[in-house]
Design a protein around this ligand. Structure first.
Ligand SMILES: O=C1CCCN[C@@H]1CCCn1cnc2cc(F)c(F)cc2c1=O
Ligand SMILES: [Mg+2]
Length: 510
């Protein structure tokens, strides 16, 4: 067994690689940008799927499946939708030794695949709302350096696509879905996120508005887009002619109304964010909600002098505790391997992120108790065998809550109000995000990115590495700071001096 030897603060990329591979969450693959999601990692994705699927089902969304191949005619249906993305599109051009009549794109997202069928299926307003989702993989041949889970050339996601008769109904759904994304992060992954709307520059160009949940990686001080829910308006329904007759009209030839659409996506990037935030120098730290093994039971206190009778007594006690916890719905396992020391086993399961360890020794048993050890903060506590199920369940809930509240405290401490431009770059350099009064003009955003990529204030970068990465707008948070509140017409944008409209969250990002 190899534990994690890299330090999270010392060599983050190497640490991240070691945590993922030595916890057995993921393995590398010989196609650059592609990775193998191993069972421990896949279990996390399955918990996310189960939770999110139940959530969208209760919103009336039905799952479906569309082909992964898109003809060039269909993909390039609308030039401006696709133009910026063309370099990322992967194409199939041959079958065997024969060239295909026409090359087929592998779906990078499914708007152009689905919406011709929306036009075919939606005839009357009674066919609305149409609410569908698919769980699938998509391929985007990104050229920026790949990172497991965070930026991969193929990734698993869900993409929801809905059509509504009214804008209000569509907007309500956009926010309902964003709330579900927030719950996936906070309730399952114990990751706090900031909800808001994207700037004009950062939004999905094909839509009208993009709402987002933004995460934060404290080790690098960088923000990360966690999931997006778009209000598409009538852009795509005009492009694909998705119309219904106006039910209110009394004319013979009733006017056609273009439907109001939404689309929303969440991917396996969620898993990378969770690992980066909670992992430590012993390896993976899993929130109990998504841990395949929540409790590992390990015999201890036995020595070479221990009698066979003692060994059997301890082993039986472990199996009994395991059975009781399983009966109570806790995902518990015993590690009774003969040829490994307790210490070896502790490390083995720590690198794998198991949230709670129970040590079962002769002395504990004499007292009808076991020793519990938490993975998140290493706290030890003796637990009576009497009522053990309840004690363990309460402990797991406490671990889940503590992980979220710690991560939230860190996030809160790293978001700084910046009211003067001269504080902007130094705040980024201290691994923080900034909340700034902002004019929301696209050219101002470009200037901010440029002025923050060079260390333009003359203070030399700490080391002579490449100049720091520019800051981008992450979102305009729904929760706006109230002190000091933006005074329309008075408060100025800290970069360009124009009137500020709202506070914007800016930072370096993935
Ligand atoms: O972000 C979502 C949620 C799920 C459904 N799609 C939307 C917008 C996706 C935006 N996007 C994102 N990336 C893309 C990459 C491509 F190669 C390409 F051809 C198109 C796109 C592209 O449209
Ligand atoms: Mg992209």
């Amino acid at each position: 067994l190899l534990g994690v030897t890299a330090s999270k603060e010392g060599d983050f990329p190497k640490w991240y690689n070691q945590v993922l591979t030595r916890s057995e969450m993921l393995d590398y693959y010989d196609v650059s940008g592609c990775y193998i999601v191993r069972p421990l990692g896949y279990f996390v994705w399955q918990q996310i799927q189960e939770f999110f699927d139940a959530g969208i089902r209760s919103l009336g969304v039905r799952n479906c499946y569309f082909p992964m191949f898109v003809s060039s005619r269909v993909l390039e249906r609308e030039k401006d939708h696709i133009e910026g993305f063309a370099p990322e599109v992967a194409w199939v051009t041959k079958a065997g030794s024969k060239d295909l009549e026409e090359p087929l794109a592998i779906r990078p997202t499914s708007e152009t695949v689905m919406y011709p069928y929306f036009a075919k299926w939606i005839r009357s307003y009674r066919d609305l709302p149409l609410k569908i989702n698919q769980w699938c993989s998509v391929v985007r041949w990104e050229f920026k350096n790949p990172q497991p889970f965070l930026r991969t050339r193929e990734f698993l996601w869900q993409e929801g696509h809905c059509a509504h008769f009214t804008k209000d109904e569509a907007m309500t759904e956009v926010h309902d879905i964003l709330a579900l994304y927030r719950r996936v992060y906070e309730e399952l992954l114990a990751v706090p996120v900031i909800e808001g709307v994207k700037s004009e520059k950062e939004k999905f160009a094909g839509g009208v508005a993009t709402t987002t949940v933004e995460g934060f990686i404290p080790t690098t001080g960088r923000g990360i887009q966690g999931g997006t829910s778009h209000y598409l308006g009538q852009n795509f329904s005009k492009m694909f002619n998705v119309v219904v007759e106006d039910p209110e009209s009394t004319e013979a030839e009733r006017p056609k109304i273009h439907v109001h659409q939404t689309s929303w996506g969440l991917s396996t990037r969620t898993i990378g964010v969770m690992v980066m935030i909670h992992g430590d120098d012993k390896g993976l730290v899993l929130p109990p909600r998504v841990a395949e093994t929540q409790v590992i039971i390990i015999p201890c206190g036995l020595t070479v002098k221990s009698s066979d009778e003692d060994r059997r007594r301890i082993a039986d006690a472990c199996l009994n505790v395991e059975a009781r916890l399983k009966m109570a719905g806790v995902r518990a396992e015993s590690d009774l391997r003969e040829n490994y020391t307790p210490g070896f086993k502790y490390s083995h399961w720590e690198v794998r992120g198991v949230p709670l360890r129970l040590e079962v020794g002769p002395k504990d048993l004499d007292k009808q108790s076991v020793l519990s050890v938490r993975r998140d903060n290493a706290d030890k506590a003796s637990m009576s065998l009497d009522g053990l199920e309840e004690s363990v369940k309460i402990m797991l809930i406490n671990i889940q809550d503590t992980m979220l509240s710690k991560a939230r405290a860190t996030l809160d401490s790293r978001v700084k109000l910046v009211l003067k431009w001269e504080d902007f770059v130094p705040t980024l350099n201290s691994k923080c995000l900034t909340l700034i009064p902002w004019c929301e003009r696209e050219e101002c955003e470009d200037q901010i990115k440029d002025r923050s990529s060079r260390d333009s204030l003359g203070d030399e970068p700490e080391d002579d590495k490449a100049p720091s990465m520019g800051a981008k707008s992450l979102c305009l948070p729904f929760k706006q700071p109230e002190n000091p509140a933006i005074v329309p017409g008075e408060t100025k944008c800290i970069q360009c001096g124009e009137n500020a409209k709202r506070y914007a969250l800016f930072g370096r990002s993935y």
